[in-house]
Write a protein that binds this ligand. Structure first.
Ligand SMILES: Cc1cc2nc3c(=O)[nH]c(=O)nc-3n(C[C@H](O)[C@H](O)[C@H](O)COP(=O)(O)O)c2cc1C
Length: 200
């Protein structure tokens, strides 16, 4: 059975060899990313996801922040390798999407629905994952490559200050994207029999 959605999610891969040869305008990409996030479900339709899209100098600034924070933590002899990775795989791209979850939304839900209080932080994490996947897949449909990075929490404070973001926005992931300079290799899959159980 052919299914367009399965084709689309199969097309989404982690792309590390990114370039900035992108013909879409920032406006087109912003509309695409916004719609992917808007259409992503969230617990109680709480819409806890917050997104910052960085183009041009802002995109470069993010990855310069990452390098500056890594330099404080990574042993001097290993830093060159980290720097090359950040420059070659992420900064070389066209733009970056930052995914946050608004902790004020989570706290409000916990106060309003006390019996679910323990679940709201978990569901918030689910929600950002769903939004990330939607954006990643939408970008792939536009023949754009992306990867998913987690330099949080080491960059959180610098990011908050650089773009004057609310304290309640908790950074969950960074998604650099751009032109695909080298496609992903083949992906191994575990044995379906060990993963799925079907009763009929
Ligand atoms: C929740 C989650 C966290 C991930 N974190 C990272 C990460 O920090 N750095 C990275 O390079 N890739 C990260 N990835 C990408 C995975 O390594 C990648 O999706 C996986 O190997 C499958 O490859 P594919 O994306 O090409 O299908 C993450 C993926 C998921 C779903």
């Amino acid at each position: 059975m052919s299914n367009a959605f399965i084709d689309q999610i199969t097309h989404r891969r982690t792309i590390y060899a990114l370039g900035d040869k992108v013909s879409h305008t920032p406006e087109q990409l912003t509309a695409l990313i916004q719609e992917a996030v808007r259409q992503s479900p969230s617990a109680f339709n709480s819409q806890s996801s917050r997104v910052v899209i960085l183009f041009g100098e802002h995109h470069h600034k993010l990855w310069d922040i990452v390098k500056a924070e890594l330099k404080k933590l990574v042993p001097a002899e290993a830093y060159a390798q980290s720097e090359n990775k950040v420059n070659g795989c992420f900064r070389a791209g066209f733009a970056t999407v930052l995914f946050f979850e608004d902790q004020d939304v989570v706290k409000d839900l916990q106060a309003k629905f006390a019996s679910y209080a323990d679940n709201f932080p978990i569901w918030s994490e689910h929600s950002t994952g769903i939004a990330q996947f939607a954006v990643w897949t939408a970008l792939a449909q536009e023949q754009l490559g992306a990867s998913l990075q987690h330099y949080n929490p080491i960059i959180d404070e610098a990011v908050r200050q650089a773009w004057n973001l609310p304290e309640s926005w908790r950074l969950r992931a960074q998604m650099p994207f751009g032109s695909i300079e080298q496609p992903a290799g083949e992906k191994p899959f575990m044995d379906d029999a060990a993963r799925f159980r079907v009763f009929k």
